[in-house]
Design a protein around this ligand. Structure first.
Ligand code: PEP
Ligand code: MG
Length: 583
């Protein structure tokens, strides 16, 4: 038996057979062709291109029918790449001028492009990188006539294990057979992770070596709640997980039935539980899981999936779509948080430390026109429903002042144009950098609300990259230094009488619910599938007890002691819930 720890990206427990997808290295039959074969080779390339475009379009339509336009747009990027004239010409030139075989021309050209992107050192191009490799695989399969890696021919349910899964591969998985997946690479914001959540398929990513640790066919447990994968489990573990799986399913069914019950503690304190979304379509999932609104719309996914800067109307339509689906519930739109690991091809700076570099509000300040465009759309959308505007990664008050000035100027512009908007739209900030938490008192005087982004706050406080498996053991929002900053933020908001929420992953982790309530939070924003569970915990605790828990935690001085204590409390807060945390 072997236990691997990765990044949980989609909840649920799978027990069953592992199916290993090999890296699908396609053997290229020959590199060069005779001069008289060149025209035929060009035709082969054109035919393969047409077929791949048709294949992708088919998958895209299926995806759009099932999940909506935004997710289908992920695949649109690949079709656009394939139709890109300069890319096609590069391949054609290699066949015509250097007499490359179509396979060799495709493989070399796309590899060079992918490597160049990687060489820019810009982590956000990793998304485009995997699109290119995915496309390369598709073209080569058609050209070489290779079988589809076996996944298309499954005859029983399996968990798919692979080094990586490209977005089009994930979207085209036969979900009657592929019930879960676990891969070596990836992170929470990768296209693959987004699709896994949309499919509600248990998934763990970032396992480093799972594709080389198994040979396929063995029994595997994938625990998408905890990011645990167990290879060749022994009888005792299997029995434990079977029971856990059954209890988890029953528990989930009960939770879903209760999703619309209010999130009010046993002594009457009401907590607003909102949803984090990346696409307008996800509002449906937010509502069906019982969200009171959307507390974080990560708008950068509008850029990341289309590969082009959206114009004002693309922004506006996305926001309008959210507002319509929300049916009167509030919506917090965060301005673009590009940079670091979330990048697009036009942002091609080489940065040695991208998480400490040109990221988020800094990108907006460098490209104010892009920010103005988005602000115009947000303001116009504010005439249609309850909309708030949130600024990410504020590190100093000047940044907030700059953004507010642009927002004011944009309001004047819209006024001159007689365009309706909410003149009193609230402008809030994310507290996700220690400098902001330390200066929260000043910031609270000028921001209309706070939302604590613990994903970044933890990494910036502890100097631990949130995406680096090598230091993952050091990354914990339960570190007393992080908790101090959270406390400072909540206190500053309370004194200034402004609302404070938390939208980092910490807020969706059942272990922390009592603590966060005890620290004074009355609003959180979490991923839609976590909502029913967290709401149930809230109903099972009293605010008085949460305050005692928080007071006790603040006397503890090390992370393991804090985690142990909170884990112990979870059993009481969520009857049965401790079983899902105790792996
Ligand atoms: C955070 O940092 O906690 C957050 C919610 O923002 P993101 O995960 O998009 O960086
Ligand atoms: Mg963040």
């Amino acid at each position: 038996m072997e236990i691997l720890k990765g990044i949980p990206v989609s909840p649920g427990v799978y027990i069953g057979e592992a199916f290993l997808q090999h890296s699908e290295e396609v053997r290229i039959p020959h590199q060069f062709v005779e001069p008289e074969q060149v025209e035929a080779e060009l035709r082969r390339f054109e035919d393969a291109t047409r077929q791949v475009i048709e294949d992708i379009d088919k998958i895209r339509k299926q995806t759009e029918d099932q999940l909506g336009n935004s997710l289908g747009a992920i695949l649109m990027v690949q079709t656009q790449l394939l139709k890109d004239e300069s890319l096609r010409q590069k391949i054609i030139e290699k066949i015509r001028n250097e007499r490359y075989s179509a396979e060799h021309a495709v493989a070399t050209t796309l590899k060079i492009i992918a490597k160049r992107l990687a060489g820019l050192g810009d982590q956000m191009l990793a998304h485009r990188d995997s699109d290119i490799y995915d496309l390369q695989k598709r073209l080569l399969k058609v050209l070489v006539g290779a079988q589809h890696g076996g996944v298309g021919h499954l005859d029983k349910p399996v968990a798919l294990i692979a080094h990586d899964l490209g977005p089009s591969q994930t979207a085209s998985l036969d979900r009657t057979k592929v019930k879960a997946f676990a891969i070596d690479v990836g992170g929470r914001t990768s296209h693959t992770a987004i699709l896994a959540r949309a499919f509600e398929m248990p998934a763990v990513v970032g396992l480093e070596s799972i594709s080389t640790d198994i040979s396929g066919g063995e029994t595997i447990i994938i625990d998408g709640n905890r990011g645990i994968v167990i290879l060749r489990p022994d009888e005792r573990t299997l029995a434990r997980y079977r029971k856990l799986q059954q209890e988890f399913q029953t528990f989930e069914q009960t939770l879903i039935k209760e999703k619309d019950l209010p999130a009010v503690t046993s002594d009457g304190r009401e907590i607003r539980v909102h949803a984090n979304i990346e696409f307008p379509d996800e509002v449906n999932s937010a509502v069906t899981h019982g969200a009171a609104g959307v507390g974080l719309f990560r708008t950068e996914f509008l850029y990341l999936t289309s590969g082009i800067m959206p114009d004002e109307n693309v922004h506006f339509e996305a926001y309008q779509s959210c507002i319509t689906r929300l049916g009167g519930r509030p919506l917090v739109i965060r301005s673009l948080d590009l940079g670091a690991d979330k990048v697009i091809s036009t942002h091609a700076f080489h940065e040695r430390n991208p998480f400490l570099g040109l990221r988020s509000i800094r990108v907006s300040m460098k490209y104010p026109e892009t920010f103005r465009t988005q602000v115009r759309a947000i303001l116009r959308a504010s005439a249609l429903g309850k909309v708030r505007l949130m600024l990410p990664m504020i590190t100093a008050i000047e940044e907030l002042r700059w953004a507010k000035r642009i927002i004011d100027e944009t309001k004047q512009e819209l006024k001159r144009e007689n365009q309706p908007f909410d003149a009193k739209i609230e402008v809030g900030i994310m507290i996700e950098v220690p400098s902001a938490a330390l200066r929260a008192t000043d910031l609270a005087k000028e921001a209309d609300f706070f939302s604590i982004g613990t994903n970044d706050l933890t990494q910036y406080t502890l100097a631990v990259d949130r995406g680096n498996e090598l230091v993952a053991n050091l990354y914990s929002a339960a570190n007393p230094a992080v908790l101090d900053l959270i406390f400072l933020t909540i206190e500053a908001a309370r004194v200034a009488k402004i609302p404070v929420s938390m939208c980092g992953e910490m807020a969706g982790d059942p272990i922390f619910t009592s603590l966060l309530l005890g620290l004074g939070l009355t609003e959180i924003s979490i991923s839609p599938p976590s909502i029913p569970e967290i709401k149930k915990i809230i109903r099972n605790v009293s605010y008085e007890k949460c305050k005692q828990i928080a007071a006790h935690v603040r006397t503890l001085t090390d992370t393991p002691a804090i985690l142990d204590y909170l884990r112990g409390r979870l059993g009481e807060d969520l009857p049965g819930g401790e079983k899902f945390g105790a792996v």
